[in-house]
Design a protein around this ligand. Structure first.
Ligand code: URA
Length: 209
């Protein structure tokens, strides 16, 4: 069973409460998401492998730690993943970015891919998959299955809010992928929204509703 980390840092919890409030402006929502993303990014990268490199300081030569391997790849599940991805990019500006676009076929209810683009050399990269809302978990699970075809060195999943149903689904489909979230809410409603949640993250982030 994959590990679930609820990042309960007080700054994250305070900012998340501000984001949930229905009167929050689009600009405010987006800014808070980026701020939380940066803090979640700090937590999710805590165990990135390091290697030593010989460097010269003004005083001496030393062996100093640097991140090992190819650049990390942030994988955004379109479209709401982009908000979380932008925040983490502030923390890891040299990260590479991949995108996965999926929609649910209304008849078969299966996730259908409409976009998939990853950097090269995925085998040498650690992948951090981002999507703010882990609701049913179906798109996250489908996106990770597709990503696994590129064979990244490791995969982690980061969201802002999760429903217990989404966590259970992702754990069942990908027990090897650790999940990081700022909160696990009560349940999903009949329309697949997280309750109490914050509404449609994409619409609130982009002002499309
Ligand atoms: N996607 C959202 O944006 N919000 C939810 O509550 C569930 C899925």
């Amino acid at each position: 069973m994959s590990e679930v980390t609820v990042v309960d840092h007080p700054l994250i919890q305070h900012k998340l409460t501000l984001m949930r409030q229905e009167g929050r402006s689009t600009a405010g929502f987006r800014r808070l998401l980026e701020e939380i993303a940066l803090l979640l990014g700090y937590e999710v990268t805590h165990d990135l492998p390091l290697t030593n490199e010989t460097i010269q300081t003004p005083l001496a030569e030393m062996q100093a730690p640097v991140l090992d391997g190819k650049k990390v790849v942030l994988v955004s599940i379109l479209r709401a993943g982009n908000g979380l991805m932008e925040g983490i990019l502030q923390l890891i500006p040299s990260a590479r970015v991949g995108h996965i676009g999926l929609f649910r076929d209304p008849e078969t209810l299966q996730a259908v891919e409409y976009y998939f683009k990853m950097p090269d050399n995925m085998q040498s990269r650690d992948a951090i998959v981002v999507d703010p809302m882990l609701a049913t978990g179906h798109s996250a699970a489908a996106a990770i299955s597709r990503l696994k075809e590129t064979n990244p060195r490791s995969i982690k999943f980061v969201c802002l809010l999760a429903a217990p149903e989404g966590v259970a689904h992702l754990q069942e489909k990908h027990p090897d992928v650790p999940i990081f979230t700022a909160a696990i809410d009560s349940h999903l409603n009949d329309h697949g929204y997280i309750v109490p949640g914050l509404g449609d993250a994409g619409d609130r982030m982009y002002g499309t509703k």
